[in-house]
Design a protein around this ligand. Structure first.
Ligand SMILES: Nc1ncnc2c1ncn2[C@@H]1O[C@H](COP(=O)(O)OP(=O)(O)O)[C@@H](O)[C@H]1O
Ligand SMILES: [Mg+2]
Length: 239
């Protein structure tokens, strides 16, 4: 994937929470976006997903200008998964997936069911396909959300702390699902506090603090940070 930002700045209530970020990342498959709480990670992700429009600057995902592209078109190319699953509560797991395929991507009902079944099987969720979100564990529901976001074959998937609402056991099953994405060479950007996981799942790391990118590079910067700030963060989190 290719991610470029030019003088990217975002302001909430008169305060800059993204401060003149210039990224130029190309030829990587999975990016871990890390940093302390309040650093601006979720905001950066929301700007990249076009859930919010940046106050200042430009950003490009695979050479598409996020500012200029129509939201409806863009949402066919990118997927997102948030801290808690946002499945439709009145639909079963499989219906959550087929709905998107039929409505957004104009699949026939049969095609949509076939594709959804295949995905559920790939991610070990077949036995849950007819359950509603309330009948699934938090981990299963989050895995269904991930599978749903993959159904449209997004160019890039954005994941914002997808395990932060889960207990340690459920966290592991969701992280395994994300490692499976990596094995399948899906392209994604994930905000995560799980640095051990980031080392396995990402090939590029962006470390932010207070709206600024402090350090970025291949994933081995987590073992050999160049800046004191990243070193301190890694020591603190790994402690
Ligand atoms: N919708 C919003 N309105 C006002 N301030 C916000 C909003 N969202 C985030 N912020 C502020 O922007 C800063 C960055 O937040 P966020 O992107 O959520 O950080 P992170 O995800 O790294 O914890 C924080 O100071 C936060 O309080
Ligand atoms: Mg956040």
């Amino acid at each position: 994937m290719k991610i470029v930002t030019e003088n990217l700045t975002h302001i909430y209530d008169g305060k800059e929470v993204i401060k003149d970020i210039n990224l130029s990342v190309e030829g990587v498959e999975a990016i871990a976006l890390i940093g302390p709480s309040g650093a601006g990670k979720s905001t950066l992700l929301r700007l990249l997903c076009k859930i919010e429009e940046a106050s200042v600057g430009n950003l490009f995902v695979n050479d598409v200008s996020v500012h200029d592209v129509e939201a409806k078109e863009y949402y066919k190319k990118v997927g997102f998964v948030f801290q808690s699953h946002n499945l439709f509560p009145h639909l079963s797991a499989i219906e959550n997936i087929t709905l998107v395929l039929e409505k957004v991507h104009k699949y026939s009902k049969d095609e949509a069911i076939k594709k959804a079944n295949l995905l559920l099987e790939q991610f070990g969720l077949s036995e849950h396909s007819h359950k509603r979100p309330s009948q699934l564990s938090g981990g299963q529901a989050q895995r269904v959300s991930i599978v749903r976001s993959l159904a449209i074959e997004p160019e890039v998937l954005f994941l914002d702390e997808p395990t932060s609402a889960l207990d340690p056991i459920l966290t592991r099953e969701v992280l395994r699902t994300i490692l499976e994405l990596r094995n399948q060479h899906k392209k994604f950007i994930i905000v995560t506090h799980e640095l051990g996981f980031a080392k396995k799942a990402a090939d590029y790391v962006i470390y932010m603090e207070d709206g600024v990118v402090i350090e970025e590079g291949k994933v081995d910067i987590l073992d050999h940070p160049k800046t004191n700030k990243l070193r301190q963060f890694v020591e603190y989190v790994m402690d």
